[in-house]
Design a protein around this ligand. Structure first.
Ligand code: ASP
Length: 340
């Protein structure tokens, strides 16, 4: 019989290194392998850990293959089990984990339970795997605290999902949230930073699906050609995350600015975010930024590229929003992703 006070956590295993197996062509996911590894660790018999249900996705994906279709699949999976569990863990590849975390933060409306993404840089099958600690930490947090957010737990830190970025391809401390403090840190003791955590919503939980929208990301660089930008911004593009210099600066080349103006007038939503990891866009600081603003480019303030992209998917696919409302919401804080 189930112990009354033991919490129930739903673990969705989508793929990623954590459960991968060594093959002749490198690490690859394999059906059933993660559960086998976990059983060998006998983790779930520990009374300190919650009761866990693992749902392995089919097919298991390297997260490089994730698309908005998979984001919707995860969101619907959480929705289907929302009332039966105390919290949710999404085991996911690290490469696009910050994108999925950002997308879920928008799609899971009025979330009042912990949803935590985690994974590993080395598979559980490896002796030095970081997967064990990441999974235990995420389970512990989800079971013991009701954090009404989509978080990303990695190497002792719980980050707000839509503030997280992958900063290391090979280090165990692979994620940071440069513009927002961690929601929790797990050292010898676990510390929750409640003042940085969103309040519990009053309304009922619901999932907002995503529609097919055509979005691009473009990085400015010295010498970028207006012609190339013009081609990139051709129909059917609907939204662009524009990665600018420093505080939102761009070359004030009139031909380039004209390309942006023409696109925004056609209804393309262009959002200015910085190439720098830390800091914010301020389009009043330099002439180049000011010209972008005059051309109709919106400010992404201190949003990550991942969160901006996910926000465009979320807003542009919502047919009930007028374009004026979309423009306003892009610059507003919806889920703690942006500080003005
Ligand atoms: N390529 C892997 C993935 O993102 C990397 C990882 O899981 O760490 O699925």
């Amino acid at each position: 019989m189930r112990h009354k006070s033991r919490k129930r956590i739903y673990v969705a295993y989508t793929g990623g290194t954590i459960g991968m197996k060594q093959t002749q062509k490198g690490y690859a996911p394999e059906k059933g392998f993660l559960e086998e590894q976990l059983r060998a660790l006998s983790l779930f018999a520990r009374p300190e850990l919650p009761e866990v249900t693992i749902h392995e996705y089919e097919p298991l994906l390297d997260s490089a293959n994730m698309t908005p279709h998979e984001w919707v699949k995860i969101a619907r999976d959480i929705e289907a089990h929302y009332d039966d569990y105390d919290g949710f863990i999404i085991l996911h590849g690290t490469d696009t984990m910050a994108y999925t975390a950002s997308a879920l933060s928008f799609m899971l409306e009025n979330l009042s339970k912990s949803v935590i993404l985690t994974g590993a840089q080395l598979p559980l099958m490896e002796l030095r795997s970081d997967g064990r600690e990441n999974l235990i930490g995420a389970l512990f947090l989800a079971a013991n605290f009701q954090i009404p957010e989509v978080g990303l737990y990695f190497h002792g830190k719980l980050l707000r999902g839509n503030r997280a970025v992958k900063v290391s391809a090979s280090g165990f401390s692979a994620f940071e949230s440069p513009n927002y403090p961690p929601l929790a840190t797990a050292g010898v003791s676990i510390r929750l930073n409640w003042k940085n955590i969103l309040p519990k919503p009053k309304n009922k939980f619901k999932v907002k699906s995503l529609e097919q929208v055509r979005i691009g990301v473009m990085t400015l660089f010295p010498g970028i050609s207006p012609e190339v930008v013009k081609n990139f911004l051709r129909a059917p593009i609907e939204g662009l995350v524009l990665k600018t210099f420093g505080v939102g600066n761009a070359p004030d080349n009139p031909d380039l600015i004209e390309v942006f103006r023409e696109a925004t007038q056609r209804g393309v939503y262009i959002v200015n975010v910085s190439q720098c990891l830390e800091g914010r866009v301020d389009m009043q600081s330099y002439v180049g930024g000011y010209r972008l603003k005059e051309a109709g480019v919106l400010s992404g303030y201190d949003m990550t590229t991942e969160a901006t992209l996910a926000k465009l998917f979320y807003l542009l696919g919502n047919s009930s929003l007028t374009s004026q409302r979309i423009r306003r919401q892009i610059e507003q804080n919806l889920r703690g992703e942006l500080t003005r």
